[in-house]
Ligand binder design. Structure first.
Ligand code: ZN
Length: 393
C-alpha cells in the first residue's frame, strides 16, 4: 500500500533527523539536507514540526567547533522527560531523564523480586512520577530487565513468560503497565538491559560515531547487544545477544537459564564470589571479588594470577562476539558492580583479541570502556521512547 509506505518513510526521516541532532553538536538544516539527500523543503517541514512539537530548538550562536555564526539545532531542554525503572537482580533503580540527556532524578531501592508486591510497586511508581517536575511532560516509562527476552513494548502473554522464566529474567510488567496507564496515562515499553545500554551508547556515549559495534555488559550477569549498520539487532523473539548463556563447557554445571556450562558460570560476578570462597586468602571475607581486584592492583601475586584468569574468561566472550559480528568497536560496560575498574580487564581483552581473532580483523577492532556505565540504561530509555513516539507519529 503506497500510503502506508509513504508514512513509514516520513516517520523514519523524523527519527533519523532527531538522531543526527543527538549525535552531532552544532548541526544545522544544511548539514542535514546534505547528509540525508533530502530536498530542502522536506527537511524544513520535518524540522519545523519537530520544533513546534518541542522536541528540538534552533538558536543562533557562534559555534566553537565550526568557528562560524549560524542557526544550530539542539534537543529541547525542559520539554519532555522519560522514566526508567530498572528491575535488577538485587534491587530496583527508578530514574527520570530530560530528553536532552540530563538526569533529573534517580533513586535505588534495595528490594528483591520475592519481596515485591502491588503495594510496593504502586509506591515506587507514585514516588517516581511525583518527581517529574519543572514543567516536563512524561513521554513514557521504560521497564528494563536483565534477561532472556523483552517485548519492546507493553508486555503481553505474562503467564507463559512467568512459567518459563524466573526473576530476574521475568518481572511482572503487566501490573506495572496497568498502574502507569490507569493512574497516570503513561505508556510503558519494556526492554532488555543490554539492548537499552547499547541505545544509550549509540545516542549519548562511545557508540555515537560508529554504526557497527558491540556492547559487552559484564558484572553479576554477562550480556551483550549488537548494533549493525546503525540498527539495534533484535532477534526473532525480540531478545538480546545472550553471550552469557553460550555453552562453553558441554559437561559444565547447571545454569539458572536451564542450560549447562554457560559462559556466565565462569565469568559472572556471583559465580566468582562463590569460587573465591574456596581460596583460603578470600574464604569468609565479604565482597571477595572487590578485594581480589584491589589486591591484584596492589601487586599481590596470587590475586594477580586469579585476576588474569577472570579477565581471560571475560575475553573469551569478547572473542566470540568479535568473531561473530566483526564489529568496529567493542564497548565494555558494567552495571551492577560499581567497584569494577574496567581498564585492566580491557587490556587483557585487547591482548586476547590481537592474538586469537583472524589476522585481517584483529587490528581493526577497537575495545573501549563505557563512560556511561549505569546511566546507559537511563539515557538508552530516552532513545527507545523517542523511537516509539516518533515512529508512531
Ligand atoms: Zn545459562
Amino acid at each position: 500500500m503506497p500510503g502506508y509506505n509513504l508514512n513509514n518513510v516520513k516517520t523514519n526521516n523524523r527519527y533519523e533527523i532527531i538522531q543526527k541532532i543527538y549525535q552531532n553538536v552544532d548541526i544545522n538544516r544544511n548539514h542535514i539536507t546534505r547528509e540525508m539527500g533530502l530536498t530542502n523543503s522536506a527537511v524544513t517541514k520535518i524540522i519545523n514540526s519537530l520544533i513546534n512539537e518541542k522536541y528540538i530548538s534552533e538558536k543562533n550562536y557562534l559555534s566553537a567547533i565550526r568557528n562560524r555564526r549560524a542557526r544550530y539545532l539542539s534537543i529541547c531542554e525542559g520539554s519532555f522527560g522519560v522514566i526508567t525503572l530498572y528491575f535488577g537482580r538485587h534491587g530496583i533503580t527508578a530514574a527520570i531523564a530530560d530528553i536532552c540527556g540530563k538526569i533529573i532524578y534517580s533513586r535505588d531501592y534495595t528490594i528483591t523480586y520475592s519481596m515485591m508486591d502491588e503495594v510496593i510497586l504502586n509506591e515506587i511508581v507514585d514516588e517516581t512520577v511525583k518527581n517529574v517536575s519543572g514543567g516536563l511532560s512524561c513521554l513514557g516509562c521504560i521497564g528494563v530487565t536483565p534477561g532472556i527476552r523483552s517485548d519492546g513494548e507493553a508486555a503481553g502473554d505474562t503467564e507463559a513468560l512467568q512459567e518459563k522464566s524466573q526473576a530476574p529474567y521475568f518481572w511482572d510488567m503487566q501490573k506495572l503497565d496497568a498502574i502507569l496507564k490507569d493512574k497516570y496515562h503513561i505508556p510503558l515499553f519494556t526492554e532488555n538491559d543490554s539492548n537499552i545500554a547499547l541505545l544509550g551508547e549509540k545516542w549519548f556515549g562511545k557508540g555515537k560515531n560508529t554504526d557497527n559495534f558491540v556492547l559487552y555488559n559484564i558484572g553479576r550477569g554477562i550480556g551483550s547487544s549488537v548494533c549493525i549498520q546503525g540498527k539495534l539487532l533484535r532477534g526473532y523473539h525480540n531478545s538480546s545477544i545472550e553471550i552469557g548463556h553460550v555453552t562453553i563447557n558441554f559437561e559444565g554445571p547447571d545454569c539458572d537459564c536451564g542450560n549447562r556450562g554457560c559462559l556466565e558460570l565462569y565469568t559472572g560476578m556471583d559465580n566468582w564470589e562463590k569460587k573465591l570462597e574456596d581460596i583460603p586468602k578470600y574464604a569468609g571475607q565479604q565482597n571477595r571479588l572487590e578485594a581480589l581486584f584491589l589486591n591484584a592492583r596492589q601487586g599481590d601475586n596470587e590475586s594477580r594470577r586469579l585476576f588474569d584468569q577472570y579477565a581471560r574468561m571475560i575475553a573469551e566472550g569478547a572473542l566470540i562476539l568479535a568473531t561473530m559480528f566483526s564489529p568496529e568497536k567493542i564497548i565494555v560496560t558494567t552495571n551492577e558492580a560499581d567497584f569494577f575498574h574496567l581498564p585492566p580487564i580491557i587490556e587483557i581483552v585487547k591482548k586476547e583479541i590481537n592474538t586469537r581473532t583472524f589476522s585481517t580483523r584483529r587490528q581493526k577492532i577497537c575495545v573501549e570502556d563505557s563512560d556511561l556505565r549505569k546511566t546507559g540504561y537511563i539515557l538508552g530509555g530516552i532513545a527507545l521512547v523517542l523511537e516509539k513516539q516518533l515512529f508512531a507519529a
